[in-house]
Design a protein around this ligand. Structure first.
Ligand code: ATP
Ligand code: MG
Length: 363
């Protein structure tokens, strides 16, 4: 059996550097590796609605933004199927069956959902759809018989939940579903990139993002006002690297070549860190370097985005075709699921014959 990828993003905003290092750039590499039989990339609008039910316009407007970000980063529609979740209603039906295989207590234990509930200040008013989105995610993954899910560390509990559902389904109804594996970025800092405010995760919902589509000027402003070490006041003060997100970003994005190109006084990031820690290196110098590194990476992405922005109809066309391909694939799995669960009453001649004979015999 060939390897299949399913991954995606919620259209709650444009994509940011966290998405890029956590999942997007890995997707492009995997796509171009030729190792995967099929690749599905989902714009998770139905999932976005679970905590944006009162703002469907936000979700609607951001579908194109996410699609533009994908294409400008190098997702190639000839190699990867980009589709919109709600356009594949088979996913909803699968989720409805999977709900019977998961307990409320199990949902309560999901650490990512727990922290998102706190972050969104839901209190006791958690929308049921939001609470159960890990189940819906299990149907997204299994519908495409995905073996591999490239994602950030926040997705680990979702993949674990999916594996449990697959296991339970297969043990009750017979081998049907495929158990997926998460593929985390190998660089640890990329698994959960912090926000520019130093908060644990860069997230659209927290407003602490550098977006892939930010202008060079916005990028400069955001980098120059990034959170560093609050005790590093004068240049000569010793500074701390831990929790200093300028250095975390350098861990994620800088290479030795960048030093040769933009900061030849230092041979490596280790040297720069050592100088910062011992004192005598100002934040501004480090931030200017980070800006140069990010600017070099983002400039071609921005330029490609500008081109796609001039062909919005073409982008919708890509999405529409992707939805058709995805729907056919999910329908096949749903068929298998229905057969395994014996929810195939009209196709089951044996059932009809036996019941008919039983009632005739009892007459
Ligand atoms: P929202 O705040 O609406 O949940 P988000 O910024 O968390 O948005 P998602 O669409 O939920 O983004 O996440 C999409 C993918 O990007 C997931 O695979 C997730 O792991 C990854 N991702 C998101 N933020 C980060 C981050 N800061 N670091 C690493 N990966 C991330
Ligand atoms: Mg999220």
């Amino acid at each position: 059996m060939g390897k299949i990828i399913l991954t995606g993003d919620r259209p709650t905003g444009k994509l940011h550097l966290g998405h890029f290092v956590g999942s997007l750039c890995q997707r492009v590499q995997l796509q171009n590796s030729g190792e995967f039989e099929k690749i599905f990339i989902m714009i998770a609008d139905a999932q976005a609605l679970t905590d944006n039910a009162d703002n469907p316009e936000k979700v609607r407007q951001n579908i194109i933004e996410v699609a533009l970000d994908y294409l400008s980063c190098g997702i190639d529609p000839a190699k990867s199927t980009i589709f919109i979740q709600s356009m594949v209603p088979e996913l909803t039906e699968l989720a409805f069956y999977y709900m019977n295989l998961v307990t409320v207590a199990r949902l309560e234990r999901n650490p990512t959902v727990k922290s998102e509930i706190v972050m969104r200040e839901f209190g006791k008013s958690i929308p049921v759809g939001f609470y159960t989105y890990p189940i819906s995610q299990a149907s997204d993954i299994t519908a495409f018989r995905a073996t591999t899910v490239p994602a950030g560390a926040d997705q680990e509990p979702m993949i674990e939940q999916t594996r449990e559902i697959v296991h339970k389904f297969n043990s009750i109804y017979g081998p049907t579903l495929v158990e997926p594996e998460i593929l985390l970025p190998s660089n640890c800092v990329c698994q959960r990139l912090p926000g520019t405010d130093g908060k644990a995760k860069m997230s659209k919902s927290l407003g602490n993002c550098i977006y892939l589509s930010d202008s060079a000027e916005d990028l400069r402003k955001k980098v120059m006002s990034m959170y560093t070490d609050p005790n590093h006041i004068r240049v000569e003060d010793p500074g701390s690297i831990e929790g200093n997100c300028v250095f975390t970003y350098l861990d994620a994005f800088s290479t030795p070549d960048h030093f040769a190109q933009f900061l030849p006084d230092y041979a490596s990031l280790d040297e720069l860190k050592a100088h910062y820690k011992s004192g005598g290196l100002g934040d501004v110098k480090v931030k200017k370097f980070l800006y140069a590194v990010l600017q070099e990476m983002l400039e071609p992405i921005r330029a490609r985005r500008k081109e796609y922005e001039q062909d919005i109809e073409g982008v919708y066309d890509i999405l529409k075709k992707g939805c058709e391909v995805a729907r056919a694939e999910a329908a096949e799995t749903l068929n298998m699921v229905r057969n395994s669960m014996k929810i195939n009453y009209f196709d089951d001649m044996d059932l009809i014959r036996k019941q008919s004979e039983m009632y005739k015999a009892a007459k």
